[in-house]
Design a protein around this ligand. Structure first.
Ligand code: ISJ
Length: 89
């Protein structure tokens, strides 16, 4: 029983890693685009719309919206760090 639950958890965790890798591949391209056009690394308006959208999705999916916000905030902060590096700032 536990082993079978853990096999599922292992598959889900692997999917999460692949999804995150794909997201960071795209945000890397965004960072290069922004650096080329001298656009700011962060876009707080886009971030708050994204956070609100994901909080709503989390509620609908019976996931804690606070957790969802902390998680996406953590990911976005890392993206912004990469964008600042790409811009040499
Ligand atoms: C990816 C972008 O850059 C930053 C990172 C974001 C994200 O990871 O979702 C959102 C807004 C920006 O602060 C973007 O501007 O779309």
């Amino acid at each position: 029983m536990l082993a079978s639950y853990r096999r599922s958890i292992d598959n889900i965790d692997a999917a999460l890693i692949h999804i995150l890798a794909e997201r960071f591949r795209i945000t890397q391209a965004v960072g290069e685009h922004k650096a080329r056009l001298d656009l700011p690394p962060a876009d707080p308006g886009r971030e708050s719309r994204q956070i609100q959208r994901l909080r709503k999705l989390a509620e609908e999916a019976d996931l804690d919206p606070e957790f969802s916000e902390k998680f996406i905030r953590f990911v976005i902060d890392e993206v912004i760090r990469h964008h600042r590096q790409a811009a040499g700032k």
